[in-house]
Write a protein that binds this ligand. Structure first.
Ligand SMILES: CC(C)(COP(=O)(O)OP(=O)(O)OC[C@H]1O[C@@H](n2cnc3c(N)ncnc32)[C@H](O)[C@@H]1O)[C@@H](O)C(=O)NCCC(=O)NCCS
Ligand SMILES: Nc1ncnc2c1ncn2[C@@H]1O[C@H](COP(=O)(O)OP(=O)(O)OP(=O)(O)O)[C@@H](O)[C@H]1O
Length: 196
């Protein structure tokens, strides 16, 4: 079955775009959501995170201390690589299992991941889409959505490939400046994937 990867910088709107594909009946694997679930359910991962970032990484009842980990990893490249090397293999395994369970009637699947290119997981997809939006719009969207400062969003952007780097690895592009034009772009790609 055709596997399509979809990514975009923080605030580009990749999740929003995926919701449009879902309305067309396309199953979407949300890698970032699965990663978050695994962070609190996968015992090997939990042990690795505690050992790398300290017992303060979880509350006594097992809730992830996002702020603690974000403070460490988004301010230190080595620490971020450590986190990624713990999380990514677990997410790859979860995607494989999910994909294998898809019924034959599904025409193609989407894998949405913030770090599709950075993690190398785009190589496991047949085609890859990059969602783009102007920088100022991305900053404003995330500041509004998460109630964070511009500097905090910028710190995460700096840890991701630039759109220019990602564009070299992408097969298709969706410009998510306006919602109305996104729907038409998704319909167009959907038709193309059905005929591949
Ligand atoms: C580091 C953590 C605790 C920060 O939590 P927080 O609630 O502050 O952020 P959240 O998870 O909502 O992420 C928001 C956005 O930040 C960016 N981001 C998150 N993790 C990363 C990363 N490892 N590298 C670069 N950017 C990242 C993405 O654009 C993401 O969509 C959290 O992201 C986490 O548990 N990360 C491990 C799983 C993971 O790597 N997920 C992302 C890639 S699969
Ligand atoms: N075309 C659009 N018009 C208006 N608002 C939008 C549009 N696209 C996305 N948004 C809003 O911008 C915010 C970021 O979008 P979304 O969560 O889809 O981005 P993302 O790329 O998945 O971000 P992240 O990397 O942080 O997970 C959301 O609050 C969303 O509702």
């Amino acid at each position: 079955m055709l596997k399509v990867g979809i990514t975009g910088g923080i605030g580009s709107g990749k999740t929003t775009v995926c919701k449009v594909f879902e309305t067309l009946g396309i199953p979407v694997f949300y890698a970032d959501t699965v990663a978050k679930e695994l962070m609190v359910t996968d015992s090997i991962l939990i042990a690795g995170v505690k050992s790398a970032f300290g017992a303060a990484s979880y509350s006594p009842n097992g809730i992830l201390n996002n702020k603690h980990i974000a403070n460490i990893v988004f301010n230190n490249k080595t620490e971020l690589e450590k986190l990624n090397s713990l999380v990514h293999p677990a997410v790859f395994r979860a995607f494989d299992t999910w994909e294998k369970e898809m019924p034959q009637s599904v025409p193609y699947t989407l894998k949405e991941a913030a770090l599709l290119f950075e993690s190398g997981s785009y190589k496991m997809c047949d085609k890859n889409i990059l969602v783009t939006a102007p920088l100022n719009l991305k900053l404003a969207r995330v500041m509004q959505r998460d109630g964070v400062t511009e500097a905090q969003v910028q710190a995460r952007m700096d840890k991701q490939f630039t759109d220019e780097q990602k564009a070299k690895m992408a097969d298709y592009f969706i410009d998510n400046t306006e919602k109305s034009s996104v729907i038409l772009q998704v319909l167009d790609l959907h038709q193309q994937f059905l005929s591949l």
